[in-house]
Write a protein that binds this ligand. Structure first.
Ligand SMILES: Cc1cc2nc3c(=O)[nH]c(=O)nc-3n(C[C@H](O)[C@H](O)[C@H](O)COP(=O)(O)O)c2cc1C
Length: 209
């Protein structure tokens, strides 16, 4: 069985989507032929489109953007619609991560991916929404089932089992095991550092445009 892992973050490095796919890969790599693809840009090359057609399952991992799917990834999905007829039995899974703490915020993005499956004829097979995504790329892969990533890891383990059997599952929503108020404080510190590094001032963070 061939499984394609599709990283739909526009970030080339250090994306939470990439970190989630690496963690998922640990569960499936020895049991299936697993290939990674980067969908960082709005266009997919013909070579990648051809290779993707050989996969039995596509696992999309991407960030939540304005409660939906990033624009460049929507453009990729439009391209992927064109190859849909060649294998309508392909299973589609989604892993959506987001800046807010509550994974349930990913509900609509997963619904969009499910609707896309209805349109293309692919088999929507379920996914997970991961809250606290801002911390994921910074956390090393912990011992399985331990540390702040434990709930995420558990959800990935369940999903990997479904992927390997090409079965469908209900969506699951998780958050990092890190107190919400500390996550928020860390995020606010991160914003302040970020704006300074880019030549702005702290007070500009609240500026209305
Ligand atoms: C343009 C944009 C829109 C975003 N919209 C949301 C949002 O609606 N809700 C949310 O919780 N996070 C939102 N985020 C935060 C990202 O989902 C979050 O930083 C995520 O962890 C990035 O994942 P990545 O590293 O895989 O790209 C947004 C980020 C950007 C840049």
């Amino acid at each position: 069985m061939k499984i394609a892992l599709l990283n739909g973050s526009p970030k080339v490095q250090n994306s939470a989507s990439g970190a989630l796919l690496e963690d998922l890969k640990r569960y499936i790599t020895e049991k299936a032929d697993v290939v990674n693809y980067s969908l960082h840009r709005p266009v997919i090359s013909e070579t990648v489109l051809e290779e993707l057609q050989k996969a039995d399952a596509w696992v999309f991992a991407f960030p939540l953007y304005v409660d939906g799917i990033p624009g460049h990834l929507l453009s990729c999905l439009r391209q992927l619609e064109k190859v849909a007829l060649q294998n309508p039995n392909r299973h589609i899974y989604g892993i959506v991560n987001l800046g807010f703490y509550e994974g349930i915020q990913a509900e609509y993005a997963l619904q969009i991916l499910r609707n896309w499956c209805v349109k293309t004829g692919y088999v929507w097979s379920g996914g997970i929404g991961v809250g606290g995504g801002g911390s994921l790329a910074m956390m090393p892969s912990a011992e399985q089932g331990k540390g702040p990533k434990a709930p995420v890891d558990k959800a990935l383990a369940v999903l990997s089992d479904k992927i390997l059997k090409l079965e469908t599952c209900e969506n699951a929503y998780v958050s990092v095991a890190f107190p919400r108020f500390l996550y928020k404080m860390a995020a606010q510190m991160g914003w302040r550092q970020c704006i300074k590094q880019n030549g702005g001032k702290k007070k500009d963070l609240g500026r209305k445009l």
